[in-house]
Ligand binder design. Structure first.
Ligand code: TRP
Length: 345
């Protein structure tokens, strides 16, 4: 019997600054889960970050931190493929190849580009002010990331589904151009590009931030995933509450303190604390102390792993280099196949 080949999942991680607990529950944990059922690949999209981050020290620090963060959170680099986008030159060759199959009109419709243009128009500026070609062609590079590895699924948040759809469009236009239904490949290799699908994270918890809105770097309401215990406590004490007194009974589900508490606790622990909220006699200060205790309980081992990884840059580099080697051997094969199809050999 032929062993069934596992499907490929590919996760791109943009190295933009400090990871927070919203990233942990919303993206990191669900993406790491996929390694159980898929042949999972994870990469740091460092050239995507260059569009926005033009400070070398900041960019390289972000790359290290995000790589160390995913490893600390449980990414097993021995079992999956983990690499930096910039280590795979085939990505950039494929991006150039795909340019010829990407209509400019498709790029004009990309949400991120359209938002930038609209913001310029509203300010009365030139529509393309501050828009670089990296931003404009962002979806092509992302399509290359995806298509290079014959990815079946791409786990993304809702904001990224359009990009995956664009990768589908580009792949389809490539395949359509070279379709030769008379040729059946003996090895069962596909002739063109595999059409990926987005795996949209639907039922992951929305993590509330300090102010009760969705936790997000851009709202400045995030609790960092990696900071000292003391800093963590400070962040938690900053959570906004109403003016209910200690004695008053409180509605657990109406409080972001309790919503956060739920993410870090068992159903039993939740029931015990919810009852105390409802009884009254527990003030917000004490509720925050309880929250700090359970967050710190979960994050302490992560923090320790993170600090150990950050303290040994040579080992981190070696891990990423090993991943790049695995990734390149796959990428090189895809590119050979594609070069043959297009007539550049
Ligand atoms: N655009 C993604 C983001 O902003 C990052 C990314 C780049 C990516 N290339 C990718 C995600 C390929 C999935 C697949 O988060």
């Amino acid at each position: 019997m032929v062993a069934l080949k596992k499907k490929v999942s590919l996760t791109g991680i943009k190295p933009t600054g400090n990871l927070h607990i919203g990233n942990y529950f919303g993206a990191i944990k669900p993406a790491l889960e996929l390694a159980k059922t898929y042949e999972a690949r994870y990469f740091i999209a460092d050239y995507h970050a260059l569009n926005a981050v033009k400070d070398a020290a900041v960019l390289s620090a972000n790359i290290r931190e995000v790589a160390a963060g995913w490893l600390a959170a449980g990414l097993d680099a021995e079992r999956v493929v983990f690499y930096r986008q910039s280590s795979i030159p085939e990505t950039f060759e494929l991006a150039t190849l795909l340019m010829a199959f990407t209509s400019k009109g498709l790029m004009n419709r990309a949400h991120a580009y359209k938002a930038a243009v609209q913001a310029n128009v509203e300010k009365g500026e030139d529509p393309d002010a501050g828009v670089n070609m990296g931003l404009f062609t962002y979806p092509v590079l992302m399509a290359a990331d995806i298509l290079l590895f014959d990815s079946d699924v791409v786990p993304v948040g809702k904001d990224q589904t359009q990009h995956v759809e664009m990768a589908q469009d580009v792949a389809e236009s490539f395949n359509f151009n070279y379709a030769r239904r008379d040729v059946a490949d003996a090895e069962g290799d596909r002739l063109g590009l595999k059409i990926p699908s987005a795996l949209v994270r639907e039922n992951v918890a929305v993590v509330p931030g300090l102010d009760g809105r969705k936790m997000s770097k851009s709202y400045n309401n995030a609790i960092p995933l990696f900071c000292t215990e003391k800093q963590l406590r400070k962040f938690i004490m900053r959570i906004v509450t109403n003016s209910q007194s200690v004695e008053e009974p409180k509605d657990p589900d109406g409080s972001q303190i309790f919503l956060l508490y739920k993410l870090f606790t068992s159903v039993e622990e939740q029931a015990v604390l919810a009852a105390r909220y409802r009884e009254g006699g527990m003030g917000w200060g004490e509720a925050k102390e309880e929250l700090f205790r359970v967050i710190n309980r979960e994050l302490t081992p992560l923090r320790e792993r993170f600090n150990a990884i950050m303290a040994d840059p040579a080992k981190l580099d070696a891990t990423l280099a090993q991943g790049a080697e695995k990734a390149r051997s796959i990428a090189a094969k895809t590119l050979l196949r594609l070069r043959k199809i297009i007539g550049i050999q």
